[in-house]
Design a binder for this molecule. Sequence first.
Ligand code: DX5
Ligand code: ZN
Length: 214
Amino acid sequence: MIKVSPSILSADFANLGEEARKMQQAGAPWLHIDVMDGHFVPNISFGAPVMKCIRKDFDGIFDVHLMISEPLRYLDDFVKGGADMITFHLESDSDPDATIAAIHEKGCKAGISIKPKTPAEAVKPYLDRVDMVLVMTVEPGFGGQKFMTDMMPKVTQIRQWISESGREIDLQVDGGVNAETAKVCVEAGANVLVAGSYLFSKPDYAAAIKTLVD
Ligand code: DX5
Ligand code: ZN
């Protein structure tokens, strides 16, 4: 089953609660929460307190994408903010094994993400313990960028390793996803589609979500 995770980075920040509720009503099972520290990526978005405020407005999976240099240091805040899935970058300064273990200890699912220049092989050693792999299809930092089709071989390779592992691991793509590129991602093996500017620019969120999964 293909799951859509709308990225609230593209929502109206003055109405985050209402936007989250609208996405819930439109049938989004996940909500993607992009945390940026202005250090790991050249942009600052919001942190755990903002996320905590909208937890009451969305019943589904809170899918937190940490684009921060020290994810391990701030995990507690995001757990308390209501995270279900916490994804950190393999390229961050925190030790991946310690971070995965800490996320699990705190009762959340753990995802590991790779930037466009990081090869698929880099995540292979973690497939026996992560719950999700996120393959970035843009350079992280900003919404509204162009989809990188050349990331699809990585998605296909990781999907093959996931199948071989026999474990249930979600494979997420993030960046430049729209009705056309969603099909390319699903064909390559992705099952969770993050979409920001595409969804939030549409007047009818439910109809827009359908165009990604149909
Ligand atoms: C980019 C973020 C994405 C972003 C996607 O660094 O991780 O989640 O919001 O936005 P679109 O769908 O507009 O590319
Ligand atoms: Zn993201």
